[in-house]
Design a protein around this ligand. Structure first.
Ligand code: URA
Length: 234
């Protein structure tokens, strides 16, 4: 693999930043300073150093982000800021969000470089629980609770039974809903199916992981060992 590509993949910097580092003489391969970004390295055999520090595979990182509205759940976007733009990490380039929240949705988003755990949490076969708080235009009724518990016809598919709890009913209602799948716009579509509109949506939990309410929107922290272990155990 090209040296600049390798360093960029390892999260050392963008391709341009990495090229500049190499040209300045900050990078060595097997003890020799190398100034050509296109030099080929064997990532399994060569020792690559930046400013004397060996670049190696970093262990996994797990970040709980309180996603604010207005950012997209992607690693890159040409138009909008992404959730990864909010994270300051030496391995930022390797991080990705586990699943998606809509641009206007807030709340819990796990960000990691652990593909295996991400797969485990997102697998449609695993039916991982996701709990959302929402404000709904209209009076959420007992009939809605029943309809959610029976599964809703959303046109292209029927949703699995969901647990809907009404916290406050009125012209604008407050609810919590637990779903076990994660289709595009799922919660919004479920309320549309009963003739109501979600006006605010926030994810509170995913599997065993709950949003740390001390985090303001836009803030994040690393997961504790216990949180990681519980997520892995499913
Ligand atoms: N359901 C939605 O409609 N939007 C989200 O962001 C998450 C779940």
């Amino acid at each position: 693999m090209r040296l600049d590509k390798y360093l960029a993949n390892m999260g050392t910097g963008t391709r341009t930043e990495v090229k500049n580092m190499i040209r300045k003489g900050n990078v060595s391969v097997n003890g020799e300073v190398v100034k050509s970004p296109e030099m080929k390295v064997d990532e399994n055999a060569d020792e690559v150093c930046v400013n004397g520090e060996v670049v190696g595979f970093v262990s996994n990182q797990y970040i709980m982000l309180h996603k604010p509205a207005g950012v997209v759940s992607a690693t890159e976007d040409t138009k909008d800021p992404t959730v990864i733009d909010l994270i300051d990490s030496p391995i930022r380039k390797q991080l990705f969000p586990v699943g998606r929240l809509d641009k206007d949705t807030e709340g819990l988003l796990l960000i990691t470089n652990d593909g295996e755990l991400s797969h485990q949490l997102l697998s449609p076969k695993k039916h991982v629980s996701k709990v959302y708080y929402a404000r709904i235009e209209g009076n959420v009724s007992k009939e809605d609770v029943k309809a959610f518990s029976e599964g809703l016809d959303l046109g292209d598919f029927t949703s699995m039974p969901a647990n809907l709890t009404v916290l406050r009913a009125g012209e604008e209602s407050e609810i919590e809903v637990e779903i076990f799948e994660g289709k595009f716009h799922q919660v919004k579509r479920m309320f549309e199916a009963v003739g109501k509109k979600v006006v605010y949506l926030k994810r509170l939990s995913m599997g065993s992981l709950s949003l740390d309410e001390t985090l303001a929107p836009g803030e994040y922290r690393l997961l504790t060992e216990q949180e990681i272990e519980q997520l892995r155990r499913g």
